[in-house]
Design a protein around this ligand. Structure first.
Ligand SMILES: Cc1cc2nc3c(=O)[nH]c(=O)nc-3n(C[C@H](O)[C@H](O)[C@H](O)COP(=O)(O)OP(=O)(O)OC[C@H]3O[C@@H](n4cnc5c(N)ncnc54)[C@H](O)[C@@H]3O)c2cc1C
Length: 386
């Protein structure tokens, strides 16, 4: 892989360390086993936590890595090379911490961050059965009772749901106020009234835990409200502006790179009609197109991550990176199956899992239709048309 983007020596060291670590600790045989069992390899999660990969974006002052989104992208790209599902497990920690990082007090950062720094996982609990794309339509409520908030409701499709020690939970505090009626709360798993509902049996990313989370009269102290009451929607959207480029944009680039490497190796050794299939221009061009997509998606992901690290957030650019990378990954894994032929369809080869893993990237952190709506809205605003 060519190195670029003016990375610092520290960033290159973290990139290479993550690459060596994940390829050694999470070989295809283990991925295949976890994929079959719909299981998170917790022994690898623990090692990631010990290495500081789950807390890489947390401030140094609370024991985190103090690194920005470029470094986070490098880490998630390297893990995504090996398995997008496992990268989702790790990436969900910075996703869950970001609301607190952006809007929380120092005490809240310490409270939330400690769970991750101490080796726990975290989860971002926004989606509900009737509030996916339509985020503001949530039914989970938080009602003030003295100096506590009482949370009731059911969240669905929560990554790390059953394995998290702490959650960023979004709940309605002012009914019928739409995007201004929702607030964000820090909720520790140890609180009474939290149960894990249905665990999803997913098509792909099976090395991540996804489940329904039920909050039944869960009481948290008043100081667990993140930001101001009614700011929840803004907090969630601001979070995605930060996390989409690394969590999906760069992570999926790792999977594209993996497809390219695997296709080159396979096509060089697979013989048909007396010659390696790599000698066919049709196969070469599919691999060339993978490389074009990879470089384009990677350039955008790191451009947006660099801007974020420089203090510039741009919703449309974050959405563009997420959409481009995920659309490209789906196409790239599809072509990889084609190059592997029947073997691409077999569970004996890694391409089959990668093909199933790819699809989610067009759905979560907002579907690609929602991303396009964000982009158009930004264009219309800039043109003074809304
Ligand atoms: C494996 C997995 C992990 C997830 N992890 C998390 C997590 O950690 N935390 C969390 O909070 N959520 C999580 N989610 C939820 C995810 O973010 C939502 O599934 C996603 O936002 C889409 O919402 P939905 O499923 O309700 O689809 P819908 O909102 O029902 O959308 C269905 C289809 O309609 C389209 N659509 C909807 N509205 C419009 C519109 N106005 N214009 C055009 N098209 C539209 C959508 O693009 C989509 O194609 C996860 C989901 C999955 C599957």
């Amino acid at each position: 892989m060519k190195e670029d983007f003016g990375l610092t020596q520290d960033q290159i060291d973290i990139q290479l360390m993550t690459r060596d670590f994940i390829r050694k600790e999470l070989p295809f045989e283990r991925i295949k086993e976890c994929d079959e069992k719909n299981e998170v390899p917790m022994e690898v999660v623990k090692k990631c936590a010990d290495m500081g990969l789950t807390s890489i974006t947390l401030p140094e002052s609370i024991g985190g890595g103090g690194m920005g989104q470029v470094t986070n992208s490098l880490v998630l790209e390297e893990i995504g090379y090996q398995d997008v599902g496992f990268a989702t497990t790790i990436g969900a920690c910075s996703l869950a911490y970001t609301p607190v990082d952006l809007f929380g007090t120092q005490a809240q950062k310490e409270l939330f961050g400690k769970f991750i720094v101490d080796g726990g996982l975290a989860a971002f609990a926004l989606t509900e059965a009737d509030a996916g794309s339509d985020v503001a339509n949530g039914r989970t409520t938080a009602v003030k009772d003295g100096d506590e908030w009482v949370i009731n409701g059911t969240k669905c499709y929560i990554t790390n749901g059953n394995n998290a020690s702490v959650y960023a939970v979004f709940a309605v505090t002012t009914p019928d106020a739409g995007t201004r009626g929702m607030s964000c709360f820090i909720v520790e798993r140890s609180r009474a009234g939290i149960t894990c509902g249905k665990e999803e049996e997913k098509m792909g990313i099976r090395l991540s835990n996804t489940c329904e989370m039920v909050f039944d009269n869960v009481r948290v102290p008043a100081d667990h409200l993140v930001g101001k009451e009614g700011q929840g929607f803004k907090i969630a959207m601001s979070t995605f502006d930060i996390t989409r480029p690394a969590g999906v944009g760069a992570c999926t680039c790792g999977a594209m790179r993996s497809c390219i490497d695997k296709c080159l190796e396979y096509a060089a050794t697979r013989i048909t009609f007396g010659n390696p299939i790599l000698q066919n221009q049709s196969v070469q061009f599919m691999i060339a197109d993978m490389e074009i997509r990879y470089e384009a998606a990677r350039a955008l992901a790191y451009k947006v991550a660099s801007l974020i690290d420089a203090g510039i957030t741009d919703s449309a650019l974050a959405s563009a990176s997420k959409t481009l990378s995920s659309d490209y990954l789906v196409k790239t894994t599809e072509d990889a199956v084609q190059i592997f032929g029947g073997n691409g369809y077999s569970k004996d080869y890694p391409i089959e899992i990668m093909y199933r893993n790819a699809k989610i990237s067009q759905l979560f952190e907002g579907t690609n239709q929602i991303q396009r709506m964000v982009i158009v809205k930004s264009l219309l605003k800039a043109a003074g048309m809304m």
